[in-house]
Design a protein. Structure first.
Length: 164
């Protein structure tokens, strides 16, 4: 069971909102200052390690920027959305951001509530209201990749790429 405080975002959250083009070429430590800067100024100063994002439909629309990496770097432990784009989900796997798709999740939570998830049975529970939802299931090896840093640490451990 993993639990975290909820931050809510709506439908069609695009990559540019999460990680603007201008931030892409900055050093990693400076890049996180730009996460959601135009959409929610000051948000990165309020996020705590272990927090969750609850998103609406079509979360992560846009290019293949490493936005999931930046969300993970600001402390997000899990992103649960009504639906995500395929490319965002793939990048979440690659960069180690636990990401679930769960119909009804946006209406089931208010910002600041606590979400609990089980990666065993893919349930999502609102700790305050007791509402339990079923997230879409996916293979356990993808859960393992997302909860252990993503594809790159795996490739490093296997000796297939040089350490970063």
């Amino acid at each position: 069971m993993i639990a975290g405080r909820v931050w809510k975002f709506g439908d069609n959250i695009n990559i540019e909102m999460m990680l603007p083009q201008a931030a892409l070429y900055l050093p990693e430590k400076d890049r996180i200052r730009y996460v959601f800067q135009a959409h929610r100024p000051g948000w990165v100063d309020q996020v705590r390690p272990g927090d969750f994002i609850i998103g609406g439909h079509n979360y992560g629309v846009g290019s293949s920027r490493p936005a999931p990496l930046q969300l993970r770097n600001v402390g997000i432990a899990c992103l649960i959305a009504e639906s995500t784009t395929d490319i965002f989900f793939r990048n979440a796997v690659n960069f180690g951001l636990l990401t679930l798709q769960c119909p009804g999740v946006h209406a089931a939570f208010a910002e600041g509530q606590t979400a609990e998830i089980s990666t065993e049975d893919f349930t999502v529970r609102n700790r305050e209201t007791g509402v339990v939802l079923q997230a879409e299931r996916f293979p356990k090896n993808l859960v393992t990749l997302m909860t252990n840093g993503g594809v790159f640490p795996l490739l490093e451990r296997e000796g297939l790429i040089a350490p970063a």
